[in-house]
Design a protein around this ligand. Structure first.
Ligand code: FMN
Length: 204
């Protein structure tokens, strides 16, 4: 199947793909996650995102199974940084986040080097577009996923523990796996997003 642009077939396919994707919490993701080859294709799809001046202003850090305990240490340290009195249960809850999804990626925005034509927020637009392409491709392959952030990502110590440079920002985690349950919710009609622009009238 290779429907051409401009055909109903391709439009219906695209809308069916996009319309049937829903985020699935890492708590409801289980094995299998994507294989190495599937992950490569998913990340290549992400790389098609619009990118002003081709700055490639993002990267993905894969947290392999062998590194999940080290990530859990960072989550726990971030919790203790903001709440030194956190108890055993809260610490365990912070740690478990590192272990849920079969595939766990960290989406990182790269803010340097500066470019005269590209303001900073354009870099986040590129990353957002990349993440949507990633989620849709994973969905097309039968996987579910979700973007999550959380307070740990606002901790400087957490970012340094991840090995990020000063000019990089940890934006969100990307969890991928097989859904045990998909919770669908209504989507928003186009008129909520779209309006015709008109120039302001000068005051009389
Ligand atoms: C950068 C980013 C971070 C997010 N972080 C969280 C989060 O920590 N917790 C959460 O419940 N949803 C978070 N969300 C929202 C979910 O990823 C998801 O978009 C939302 O639940 C709507 O689900 P849908 O994709 O099925 O429409 C985040 C979204 C983005 C774009």
């Amino acid at each position: 199947m290779n429907p051409a642009p401009g055909t109903d077939e391709l439009a219906d396919f695209a809308l069916a793909l996009i319309g049937s994707r829903f985020s699935v919490s890492p708590k409801r993701l289980h094995a299998p996650g994507p294989s190495a080859e599937q992950l490569r294709r998913i990340v290549e799809a992400a790389g098609t995102a619009p990118d002003h001046r081709e700055l490639r202003p993002w990267r993905l850090l894969r947290i392999a199974a062998a590194q999940r305990d080290a990530l859990a240490d960072l989550f726990e340290a971030a919790l203790l940084e903001r709440d030194p009195a956190a108890g055993e249960a809260e610490r365990a809850e912070a740690r478990v986040k590192a272990h849920r999804a079969p595939e766990l990626l960290l989406a990182v925005a790269k803010l340097q080097p500066p470019h005269d034509d590209v303001v900073e927020h354009e870099r986040y637009v590129t990353l957002g577009a990349a993440l949507m392409a990633l989620l849709l491709t994973a969905h097309a392959m039968g996987f579910a996923g979700m973007l999550t952030s959380g307070r740990a990502l606002r901790s400087g110590a957490f970012a340094r523990g991840l090995g990020l440079a000063d000019d990089e920002r940890p934006v969100c985690f990307v969890s991928l796996g097989t859904a045990s349950e998909v919770r669908r919710h209504p989507r928003t009609a186009a008129d909520q997003w779209l309006a015709d622009w008109a120039p302001r009238r000068a005051a009389p």
